[in-house]
Design a protein around this ligand. Structure first.
Ligand code: ZN
Length: 446
């Protein structure tokens, strides 16, 4: 049954990857709205439009970019480079061009990678008006060999009266503690950066909506990187300053090893939850200590907000050769890889959301578990070296004694999991049995 569910989810993720891959996303524009439309079929995202030209802290929301077509043609009229084939071919925010020119004049506007001849690089020029084509090294060579004039055409434009779309989903919890989950939506046809983040965050939100009401509130935001996060902070300053911590979901669908970028504090609740999730799954992640470079943690953790945010990654940005190129495609990323990160994130969410504190109802001396049917009747065999007996019972008793020992109004389940080495999810299960037997009660001061 579990297997069937697993396969179904992987299949769904693969379908969504295909549906989203070719959409031309950018900081602004219809591609982002179409992306949100598709995700709204899964979760009820609320889309907000921030007007272009609005000042947000030290930044200004740029004009909305429109791109319809672009190509480079030879004398025979054949498209040598075609935006219709890949939206990576046009540098993001390119100004319009309609000119005939020789290769030498065109060359300063061509971007390619010497190190990776088959890859088309991803380039943008958001804040400086310019135009450009991004091509593979072999395409560059092909253009260079043409001695006659080339037709260079970009049918693009800017809408100063347009807007930048951001999406939000607030999932209320039983208490007023709130966590942030942020992902970005501004990259065109690349899968790990950034479709893996979009899909993982979407599925995490769907999980929370379909389960019983979470303890804490969860704020999901889907926005263009940097300017979107800054604009959102600006529009939601008071609420964002109250956040307990968060996760920036990015680059978590590659074939490589799982990793984890720490919060700027390094030992925040979010860090501890991630470490426990990895530990309990017996996975050793690549550790990336915090640096003020990377994704939107740069904005959320800035001095005005100081929200500790971390990321779980699988082929982290900067770290894989396909990064920001056409090779970050659907051969590189698939649903099954995304699901590995998604399942880890699920554990992190559960740990953060179920991290409660218990108080013992039998604080003086140990409770007598046996009298309550919680302990095997034959004494002596537990933890005896070489004793034949079910390990599962030993583990359960271990969990019971740790829980009962630290049920003192002060130690939450995460601390008990850290000190005992027992998996958080095991402790959670055993705690509910102790609760039912009346040995502990929930402490609500936390
Ligand atoms: Zn990127």
């Amino acid at each position: 049954m579990e297997d069937v569910k697993h396969r179904e989810e992987v299949g769904e993720l693969d379908i969504l990857l295909k549906a989203l891959f070719n959409i031309n996303r950018s900081l602004t524009g219809e591609g982002n709205r179409r992306t949100f439309d598709l995700l709204q079929e899964i979760i009820p995202l609320k889309v907000f439009e921030y007007a272009c030209g609005t000042s947000v802290y030290d930044w200004t929301i740029p004009d909305e970019w429109v791109i319809r077509d672009a190509y480079i043609k030879g004398a025979d009229g054949k498209r040598l480079i075609d935006f219709g084939e890949s939206n990576l071919h046009v540098m993001g925010y390119s100004t319009p061009v309609d000119q005939k020119m020789y290769f030498d004049e065109l060359a300063p506007h061509l971007h390619y990678l010497d190190s990776n001849p088959e890859a088309v690089p991803y380039r943008t020029s958001y804040y400086q008006r310019d135009w450009g084509f991004c091509i593979s090294k072999s395409q560059y060579q092909q253009l260079k060999d043409i001695s006659g004039p080339l037709t260079v055409f970009i049918d693009s434009g800017f809408k100063p009266d347009g807007s930048m779309a951001v999406a939000e989903l607030l999932i209320p919890g039983k208490n007023d503690k709130e966590f942030l989950v942020s992902t970005y939506c501004c990259h065109p046809s690349m899968a790990n950066d950034n479709l893996s983040g979009l899909l993982t965050a979407t599925y995490l939100a769907r999980d929370l909506l379909s389960a019983e009401m979470p303890q804490h509130s969860w704020r999901f935001v889907f926005l263009p990187e940097t300017i979107g996060a800054i604009a959102y902070l600006n529009h939601n300053e008071a609420a964002m300053k109250r956040l307990l911590g968060g996760l920036v979901v990015t680059t978590c669908g590659g074939p490589g090893a799982l990793g984890y970028k720490e919060t700027f504090l390094g030992n925040h609740l979010v860090d501890r939850a991630i470490r426990l999730a990895f530990r309990d799954r017996k996975v050793e992640p690549i550790r990336y200590p915090f640096v003020p470079d990377g994704s939107d943690e740069r904005q959320y953790s800035s001095p005005g907000f100081r929200i500790p945010v971390a990321s779980i990654t699988k082929d982290k940005y900067y770290e894989y050769p396909q990064y920001h190129t056409s090779l970050d495609n659907l051969d590189f990323v698939n649903g099954s890889q995304i699901k590995e990160s998604l399942d880890l994130y699920r554990d992190v969410f559960r740990i953060l959301d179920r991290n409660v504190v218990y108080r013992s109802n039998v604080p003086c001396g140990e409770p007598q578990f046996g009298r309550r049917g919680l302990y095997p009747a034959t004494g002596g065999a537990i933890n005896q070296p070489g004793a034949v007996g079910p390990n599962e019972i030993a583990r359960q008793i271990d969990a019971m004694t740790w829980l009962q020992f630290l049920a003192d109004d002060d130690h939450d389940l995460m601390i008990i999991a850290e000190r005992s080495g027992i998996a958080f999810l095991t402790l959670e299960k055993i705690a509910s049995q102790l609760l039912e037997a009346g040995l502990i009660e929930l402490c609500d001061k936390h």
